[in-house]
Design a protein around this ligand. Sequence first.
Ligand SMILES: Nc1ncnc2c1ncn2[C@@H]1O[C@H](COP(=O)(O)OP(=O)(O)O)[C@@H](O)[C@H]1O
Ligand SMILES: Cc1cn([C@H]2C[C@H](O)[C@@H](COP(=O)(O)OP(=O)(O)O)O2)c(=O)[nH]c1=O
Length: 225
Amino acid sequence: MSKPGLFITFEGIDGAGKSTHIEGLATALRAQGRTVTLTREPGGTPLAEKLRALVLNDAMDALTEALLIFAARRDHLQQVIEPALARGDVVLCDRFTDATFAYQGGGRGFDFAVLSKLEQWVQAVPGPQPDFVRQPDLTVWFDLAPEIAAQRLAGARLPDRFEAQPIEFFRRVAEGYGQRAAQAPQRFARIDAAQDRHKVWQQLTSAFVRRGWLAIMVAPNGGPA
Ligand SMILES: Nc1ncnc2c1ncn2[C@@H]1O[C@H](COP(=O)(O)OP(=O)(O)O)[C@@H](O)[C@H]1O
Ligand SMILES: Cc1cn([C@H]2C[C@H](O)[C@@H](COP(=O)(O)OP(=O)(O)O)O2)c(=O)[nH]c1=O
């Protein structure tokens, strides 16, 4: 029988080091026989990528921003994530709803109750129970002080609407992630992202080995560590 699908999300403030490791993890999982769907939010479908370009570049108020992000999420869930999980894929998704609570809720100060309502509507999909709401099986949280993230990003790339925010914004975003992790501790694996790349990779793969999702510790190229 084929293995059940797994939905894994990656979170953290900009510059925390997510992108550095996601592809390596996909390679490691593929090397162990899993089919991996690698995707991101906002985005992941042609429509959601158009919405991403608007959200990252155009000025708008906080409600418009939240609605566009959740609209993109609904399309992404229906077109990509749910079909992949139904096939038994491992879905590795760079950001998901925790980012909305952290950035729109924590960062922008938008109403958490409204975000929770949108989460319930948008993530309601056919499932084992009639009122099933899709949530990640695991959320890997790259926890990093905003000061260190800012140093890493300085000059690394052209900032978008979020990356251009002052450090206080990222303090609130980081707090938002902390709150979400405290609300669902069993779903979160916290990574100390201040460590060097190799140690971060080791923490990341350990979280998968502990859950039986990777058989051995593997190097970023898919080989033994
Ligand atoms: N553990 C680390 N130590 C130092 N620099 C890092 C580490 N991990 C990533 N970086 C660098 O920090 C920057 C941001 O990393 P990135 O993976 O793009 O972050 P994110 O995707 O979370 O925004 C990049 O220039 C990357 O090379
Ligand atoms: C998914 C999501 C992302 N974002 C923001 C966080 C990031 O600054 C930006 C894009 O995320 P990301 O893809 O991580 O950016 P990059 O590839 O440049 O590292 O969108 C939100 O504000 N809310 C959300 O719900």
